[in-house]
Design a binder for this molecule. Sequence first.
Ligand SMILES: CSC[C@H]1O[C@H](OP(=O)(O)O)[C@H](O)[C@@H]1O
Ligand SMILES: Nc1ncnc2[nH]cnc12
Length: 290
Amino acid sequence: MSHAKIGIIGGSGLYKMEALTEVEEVRVETPFGDPSDAVILGTLNGTRVAFLARHGRHHHLLPTELPFRANIYAMKSLGVEYLISASAVGSLKTEAKPLDMVIPDQFIDRTCHRISTFFGEGVVAHVGFGDPVCLALARIIGDAIASLNLTDVTLHRGGTYVCMEGPAFSTKAESNLHRSWGATVIGMTNVPEAKLAREAEIAYATLALVTDYDCWHSDHDSVTVDMVIANLQRNAVNAQKVIQETVRRLTQNPPPSEAHSALKYAILTPLDKIPDAAKEKLNLLLKKYL
Ligand SMILES: CSC[C@H]1O[C@H](OP(=O)(O)O)[C@H](O)[C@@H]1O
Ligand SMILES: Nc1ncnc2[nH]cnc12
């Protein structure tokens, strides 16, 4: 059966993992519809991983259109316990330069058209999200970057990722507002994913690849799609090296994660009052508690 403990969601400019061998393409059916694309199962230095192109391999889905629930459910159904998100981000701080890598440890949610929960329809749950990424996984990604001594890349451990709705980029007023909040980077995708991963008890962390200075920096042009993709392409080989090294470290030493028991005290509805339809739809997430 198709199975992988480690999942990777590749964002803008990272549509494929070149180093995968023994590749198997799986179309996963979920109660939440189709994922963004087929999940690519492959082997990375002896470890089976599941890779998904967040916007589809041909980048046909807007951030608002992403089937976040289907994507996370698909990863869960393949057995994923650790999920690495690779994402293009704009920088909100001078010191985080294009080509740098940031491992955020906080998020600010500015989305307004996303469904960011598996719950509802008779079952209520509130997961803890004070630490929105798995700090153990974040540390491993940071250690992987540090060990590679990548030229022209500065690692920033920690930082706040603002998740905006998009698809238009920010205005200068918004960009300066986000800066005044002390945020480090901005993107359009990671918060719904992180919330759903937490509900699915998957440890989630982000490798944020800086592609631009958004639109606030007087010495740099405002962000354009060309700029994002050009810088991401310059960094795609490095990003894949980081993912490979992270997978190697995770395989050698999979850390305990609080995310793996996130639902333990989160479900409010008495189990015997949860409607059968909801129990069936969410069986994959709820079965260990039923
Ligand atoms: C192509 S620029 C805007 C686009 O890039 C980022 O995507 P991802 O997080 O999937 O790498 C950003 O969030 C926007 O979706
Ligand atoms: N400046 C920016 N704003 C939002 N998402 C981005 N992705 C890459 N750069 C971005």
